[in-house]
Structures are given as structure tokens and as C-alpha cells.
Design a binder for this molecule. Structure first.
Ligand code: C2E
Ligand code: MG
Ligand code: MG
Ligand code: MG
Length: 292
């Protein structure tokens, strides 16, 4: 075909560009098989309240590739979205997270944990999403009240009314909603109080460099005020230092997630870490209260 098109077209067969396309196609086909090959895993990062009690975890997807090692989500989630693979992968994530939640419910020490799961806009907009979710909840026996779906602002850009209706149907099941990466999207604020939201998550891009730039303090304080005034719980992600945590607490932030409290870890490590904590009233506190 290239010969027929004439020699002028040869410049389109840039070997470097072709290599990129081939690598991309290979990557996609490997991702397609990742689930069957048992290469997908969930890691869990704890979330804590103002008293440093663990209230739950966020499930974060990992792809353990036999050659490339662990591929970070930022490298494969976009490809999974472009290829629609995110629909089946997202299904696997929900299934795995709900099965884990159900297992914790049978363990008196872990029964209080909540589970936050990231949902891609494409996955959420599947016509059968509510049906799939309900089926997974019923099949696993997970308590829907302990399940929280993390949505991002860009979900509300195209058909906000349809999305709100879907959220309403899911809310009836008892499932909670968090608005993830808040402040990084392009949507209007007008939709905020019309959605059945429970939690606002301040994006880590404002939290991690909190004191490096005065604007970040203004943005974080404003998001906390906004959330509180709308009756939402506000959680900060990317909390890496005690100074950040203390500042956020003074601003009225309700909950925290970040390396200061724990990195995302495999299941065994999470359960090991929680074993060292005492469970009181459904929350985990350090066995020995640290002296001030
Ligand atoms: P996210 O939902 O905003 O998750 C928080 C990200 O911040 C995680 O990155 C977490 O490891 C990281 N993080 C948390 N605390 C800190 C901190 O103190 N310092 C630093 N440097 N980073 C922190 P991760 O696991 O690489 O995930 C990246 C993104 O990939 C997630 O951002 C989410 O958008 C997406 N993602 C992860 N798992 C899933 C999934 O199951 N489904 C979908 N659709 N997206 C997912
Ligand atoms: Mg998230
Ligand atoms: Mg986030
Ligand atoms: Mg984020």
C-alpha cells in the first residue's frame, strides 16, 4: 500500500513513530490479558480522622507486569480508558474491593473499615453500571454503607443530569460518594449542592506543596470552607508532613490521607499494620498513645 501511494508518503513511516505505535498496541494487548494472568492487584492506603483514628482505606490499582515490574496507574489508566478496557478492569476492581470489604466484615477487628474505590467516568456511564454494582454488592455480601465511590469532576461535564440520576439510584443502595481530585477539573461549582455527595477530596497537588506557595494555602482553606458550608466531609490527600496535617486541622479539615499516615500497601501489610492498633468503637487508634 505504501508503494502504491508513492514515495512522498514514505515520510509517514517514520520508524520512531511506528515503534511508538507498536509498543502502544503491545502494551494495550498485554493490559487486556492482565486480569486473566493475575497481574492486577489492589493496594490499600489508610484514611484517618482528626484523632488519627483509621476510618477506612482507599483501594488503588496496581499492575505487576512480568517484565516492566509494577506499572503505575498514571501510565496505564489512560490507556485503559482510551481502549475501553477500564470497563472490565473497573469491574474487577469493584468485585475485588467488595469481596475484601465483605471478608473484613466477618473479622471483629476489621469490621469497621470503609472502602473507597475509584470509578472512571467511562465506567460510571455504562448503562448497566448500577446493575453491575448492585450484583457485585449482593454476590459478595459487602455492606454498601461502607463502600464509597470516588468520582472526578470531569464526569459531570457532559451529561450532568444523567450522572446525577445514576448517583441517586446508587445512593438508594446505601453507597457513599466522594468527589476526588477536587479543584483540578474545569467544571462549575453550581452542581456541587445538587449532587448526593458525602465527601470532598482536596487534590494532592494543592496539599503536597502547601507551604511552598501562598496560593495553595488559600485554595485548601477555601475548599475546606466550601465543603463544610455544604455539609460535606472534607478529606485532604497527599498529607506528607505533620505540619501539613496540623495546618489542615486548624482550617477544619475532617480527614486525612497521605504518606504521613501510610503509603498504599498490599493487603497483608495493611492487615499487619492494623494488627498493631487497637480497635475502639469501630476505629483504630495506636495501642500506645504518643506523648505530646
Ligand atoms: P487518586 O484517586 O487521587 O489516588 C491518590 C493517589 O495519590 C495515589 O496514587 C496515592 O498513592 C497517591 N498518594 C497518596 N498520598 C500521597 C502522599 O502523601 N504523597 C504522594 N506523593 N502521593 C500520595 P496512585 O496509587 O499512583 O494512583 C494514581 C491515580 O490512579 C489515582 O489517583 C486514581 O485517579 C487512579 N487510580 C488508581 N486506582 C484506580 C482504579 O482502581 N480505578 C480507576 N479508574 N482509577 C484508579
Ligand atoms: Mg481516589
Ligand atoms: Mg485523589
Ligand atoms: Mg489525585
Amino acid at each position: 500500500q505504501s508503494k502504491q501511494a508513492g514515495r512522498n508518503t514514505w515520510r509517514f513511516f517514520d520508524p520512531a513513530m511506528q515503534a511508538v505505535a507498536v509498543r502502544r498496541a503491545l502494551f494495550e494487548s498485554e493490559l487486556r490479558q492482565a486480569e486473566q494472568r493475575d497481574e492486577l492487584a489492589l493496594h490499600y492506603q489508610i484514611q484517618v480522622d482528626r484523632s488519627a483514628r483509621v476510618t477506612g482505606v482507599e483501594a488503588l490499582l496496581r499492575w505487576h507486569h512480568p517484565e516492566y515490574g509494577t506499572v503505575p496507574p498514571y501510565d496505564f489508566i489512560p490507556i485503559a480508558e482510551q481502549s475501553y478496557l477500564i470497563v472490565s478492569i473497573g469491574d474487577w476492581v469493584l468485585q475485588t474491593a467488595c469481596a475484601q470489604l465483605a471478608e473484613w466484615q466477618t473479622n471483629p477487628h476489621l469490621a469497621g473499615l470503609s472502602m473507597a474505590v475509584n470509578i472512571s467516568p467511562l465506567q460510571f456511564q455504562q448503562p448497566e453500571f448500577v446493575y453491575r454494582l448492585e450484583k457485585i454488592i449482593v454476590a459478595t455480601g459487602a455492606n454498601p454503607e461502607r463502600l464509597k465511590l470516588e468520582l472526578t469532576e470531569n464526569l459531570f461535564m457532559e451529561e450532568p443530569d444523567a450522572v446525577r440520576e445514576t448517583m441517586r439510584r446508587i445512593r438508594i443502595l446505601g453507597v457513599k460518594f466522594a468527589l476526588d481530585d477536587f479543584g483540578t477539573g474545569y467544571s462549575s461549582l453550581g452542581y456541587l449542592n445538587r449532587l448526593p455527595l458525602d465527601q470532598l477530596k482536596i487534590d494532592q497537588s494543592f496539599v503536597r506543596p502547601l507551604f511552598e506557595d501562598g496560593a495553595n494555602e488559600v485554595i485548601c482553606a477555601s475548599i475546606i470552607d466550601l465543603g463544610r458550608n455544604l455539609g460535606l466531609e472534607v478529606i485532604a490527600e497527599g498529607v506528607e508532613t505533620q505540619a501539613h496535617r496540623d495546618w489542615l486541622e486548624r482550617q477544619g479539615c475532617h480527614a486525612y490521607q497521605g504518606y504521613l499516615f501510610g503509603r498504599p500497601v498490599p493487603l497483608e501489610a495493611l492487615e499487619e499494620n492494623l494488627r498493631g492498633l487497637v480497635c475502639t468503637a469501630g476505629n483504630w487508634v495506636p495501642a500506645v498513645t504518643p506523648a505530646n
